[in-house]
Design a protein around this ligand. Structure first.
Ligand SMILES: *Cc1c(COP(=O)(O)O)cnc(C)c1O
Length: 217
């Protein structure tokens, strides 16, 4: 099946309140164009340089999302155009995004990434730091970032119970933040090709889907 058809099929399958991010990392421009022609307007990438190249090559009504670990020194590359950074995993990074957004006279939307998986390699804040995290964020008075939600990745496993529990944890972190710290947040970015159904059941509002649309990497 073509990428366009797969995108359309996927889009039809998910509830309308869930935003679909088409994760196009490592895929050639021609395949992104096919998804675009089928209606895709939100693309997710995990490398700053690749984001810049694809942004330059493709139509300018695309919203580009950074979903991978972002080094502070790379922020300036994407600051002029990035629509949402899912992977904010340190205060230092948030400050850099604020600084680069200001230079570009923009406000950049961000999600705080939380570590929910049972794996050491995944980046993110942890639940116990919430109070000190928001204390730091409030003290910094960042004028050019908008924290609009949170993001997390479940463990890569077939154990649906475990994955469900991890998504439940992320949703409960979201609920706590919304209630105690930041009532304006709306986005829970969780779920990928292998686990988006479980994520949606647990309250995901944004799924990041790569291989189910673009094929294996
Ligand atoms: C690659 C990636 C995805 C998409 O993964 P698929 O399994 O191909 O759907 C989602 N989120 C993040 C953070 C990724 O790096």
């Amino acid at each position: 099946m073509s990428v366009g058809k797969k995108y359309i099929q996927f889009k039809q399958e998910i509830p309308t309140h869930v935003t679909l991010v088409s994760v196009s990392k490592t895929k050639p421009i021609a395949l992104l164009q096919q998804a675009y022609d089928a209606g895709a307007r939100i693309f997710g990438e995990n490398r700053a340089q690749e984001l810049v190249e694809k942004h330059e090559a493709l139509p300018n009504d695309i919203k580009w999302h950074m979903i991978g670990h972002l080094q502070s020194k790379k922020v300036k590359l994407i600051a002029p155009f990035i629509d949402l950074i899912h992977s904010v995993d340190s205060i230092k990074l948030l400050e850099t995004i604020n600084k680069e957004a200001k230079k570009n006279n923009r406000i950049i939307n961000c999600l705080l990434q939380f570590h929910i998986a049972d794996e050491e390699s995944k980046y993110g804040f942890v639940n116990d730091e919430l109070i000190s995290l928001f204390k730091s964020i409030n003290e910094l008075k960042l004028s050019h970032v908008a924290i609009i939600g949170i993001m997390g990745m479940a463990t890569f496993t077939d154990d649906e119970k475990q994955v469900t529990q991890e998504f439940k944890n992320l949703k409960s972190i979201f609920d706590t933040i919304k209630k105690e710290h930041l009532p304006t947040i709306e986005v829970v970015s969780m779920g990928m090709s292998g686990d988006y159904k479980l994520a949606i059941k647990q309250g995901s509002t944004m799924i990041r889907v790569g291989s189910s649309i673009f094929g294996k990497r």
